[in-house]
Structure formats: C-alpha cells, structure tokens
Design a protein around this ligand. Structure first.
Ligand SMILES: NC(=O)c1ccc[n+]([C@@H]2O[C@H](COP(=O)([O-])OP(=O)(O)OC[C@H]3O[C@@H](n4cnc5c(N)ncnc54)[C@H](OP(=O)(O)O)[C@@H]3O)[C@@H](O)[C@H]2O)c1
Length: 279
C-alpha cells in the first residue's frame, strides 16, 4: 500500500491523537497539529507506545496565520499533501434561546469555518498529489437534529452540505471528499464540550428541560461503548481505499438513530427523541 503525507487537526486527544499515532505506525508521514503544544504529552506517549513518531506542529483552525506555516513546511519537505483530516471540533450544549449569538458563531468558526480555512489553504498542495483525499469528521448530529445541540447540529449539517458540493467540484482533480459520521465514542469530547452561558440561568424557561437533557446525555456517555480506535481504523481504511465512499456512519447508536430518522414520520421521531433524551 502506498504511503501518504497526512495532515491532521486537533491531535491533543481523541480521534485526532489516535489517528495520528495509528497512521504513523502504518508507515505514513503524519503532520499532527495541536492548537496548544503544551498538550502534546498524550500524543507523544501514544506514538511511543506504538514505536513510531509524528511531526508535531501548532495549528488553530480558526487562525489562518497558524495554518500558513504548516502548509509552508509540508510544501518545503514534500511538495505535496495526500490526505487532509479535518478532525478538530467541540460540542456546545444549550437550548437555542439560551445561546448567545457569539457562542453560536464561535461554534461555527471552529467546526465549520475552520474546516473551510484548512481546505482553502491546503488545496493547492492537495492538487499536487496523484490521488488526494479530504476526510471530514462530521457526526450523526450532521444528519439528525438533536434537542439541546442546535449549534453543534448547525455546524455539522453545514459541513455535510459543503462536503457534498465540494466532492463534485474536486472530482475533476481526482480528489475525494469523505464524511465520517460517528455516534458516541469515548474521547475527551464530553470534557471539552461547552455549555451555553445561560444554561443554568434560573430565569431560563428551558432550565429544567436542559438539565434533564444534560443528565440523560451524561448517563448515556458514561455507558457508551464506542471505542475511538475504531474511528482511527476507519480513517486508515479510507486512506487505503482507492475510491472511498462519500459517507461512513460509525457506531451502533448512530446507525439506529439514522434508521429511525429515515423511517419514522417526523412527529413520531421528535416524540421519540424527546422521550429518550429528556427522561
Ligand atoms: N467522540 C464522539 O463521540 C464524537 C462523535 C461524533 C463526532 N465527533 C467529532 O470528532 C471530532 C474529534 O472529536 P473527539 O471526540 O476526538 O474530541 P476531543 O477528544 O475533544 O478532541 C477534539 C480535538 O479538537 C481540538 N480543537 C478544538 N478546537 C480547536 C481549534 N480551534 N483548533 C485546533 N484544534 C482544536 C481539541 O484541542 P484542545 O485539546 O486544545 O481543546 C482536541 O485536540 C470532532 O470534530 C467531533 O465533533 C466526535
């Protein structure tokens, strides 16, 4: 299998960290980027455990000035990029009315516009590869609205539509675009998730509902069985596939939700979600 030059965002933990280590161990050249280099300890341990190394560089997906030097470094060292994995992202919880516009926009800045910035900066280098791939970490929340997650939903739905359109355009250059749509996996995503500033505002008409949603989410997260290494394995499979699919749904919970979303009348689906998620 040909070895690729790979750039990954958000490698301090979770899918990004595991993918970086796994791909490097498989012989790929990996540029593993983190927005905060003081958080590289776990990545270093993970690569050492697998007897491999990655190139660690600072990169914040919301900051063009931090993306340019990474692209310049890859250009200088390889003159091309084969795979871009847009992984960086975070969750934002809270009923829409409790979310400040600034919080909503910040969510879009990272999860959606951050991906656009990465792709815009990397496309000239990707075009120099004979079979480049863009892999975007979406979510089952990019396919189904979930109460209390409207901002996260908006960012991932936007990513879905954008990626589809982009895949048509880039087919002309032989560049594939793939969306990975995981359900719930044990990473730092919960710990790193933010809550609306007004989440616990006693005047919020959503307070009790939001608290029930949060408690239910925390219970489900505590017993979720998704192993994040499976997503790293899926990313590796996509890289090794000549013509990868547009979408890969990952995890039993995601597949069940997708099935219900497609088959139930919308009202019944909505009642199901509210019953299951806010009890
Ligand atoms: N785990 C799940 O259940 C799940 C399910 C569906 C989709 N996803 C998606 O999968 C992706 C990875 O999530 P994960 O589960 O691996 O979560 P994670 O462990 O919290 O990792 C997220 C990574 O993104 C980084 N990040 C956040 N904002 C950034 C920015 N502005 N610039 C650069 N890096 C930034 C974080 O860095 P810091 O350490 O500096 O914050 C961290 O390295 C996300 O896009 C998430 O939405 C996860």
């Amino acid at each position: 299998m040909a070895k690729s030059i790979v750039l990954i965002t958000g490698c301090s933990s979770g899918f990004g960290m595991l993918s970086a280590a796994r791909l490097a161990a498989a012989g790929h050249t990996v540029y593993a980027t983190l927005r905060d280099l003081t958080k590289q300890e776990r990545l270093l341990k993970e690569t050492a455990r697998r007897g491999t190394e990655v190139k660690i560089l600072p990169l914040d997906v919301t900051d063009d000035a931090s993306i340019a030097p990474v692209v310049a470094r890859i250009t200088e060292e390889h003159g091309k990029l084969d795979v871009l994995v847009n992984n960086a992202g975070y969750g934002l919880g809270g009923a829409f009315e409790d979310l400040l516009e600034a919080e909503f926009r910040a969510q879009m800045e990272t999860n959606f516009f951050g991906v656009l910035k990465m792709i815009r900066n990397c496309l000239p280098l990707l075009r120099r590869s004979s079979a480049a791939k863009i892999i975007n970490l979406s979510s089952i929340a990019g396919l189904s609205g979930i109460p209390g997650l409207s901002a996260y939903n908006a960012s991932k739905f936007a990513l879905e539509g954008f990626s589809e359109a982009l895949s048509h355009e880039l087919a002309v250059f032989g560049i594939s675009v793939t969306l990975i749509e995981p359900g719930s996996y044990q990473t730092d995503v919960q710990k790193n998730s933010r809550l609306a500033q007004n989440f616990y505002n006693p005047d919020s008409p959503y307070l009790e509902y939001s608290k029930r949603l949060l408690a239910s989410t925390q219970r489900r997260v505590a017993r979720r069985d998704g192993n994040p290494e499976d997503i790293a394995g899926l990313i590796e499979r996509v890289i090794n596939t000549q013509k990868p699919a547009m979408r890969y749904i990952a995890g039993r919970d995601a597949r069940v939700l997708r099935f219900l979303h497609r088959t139930l009348p919308f009202g019944a689906y909505s009642r199901f979600l509210n019953r299951v998620l806010s009890r």
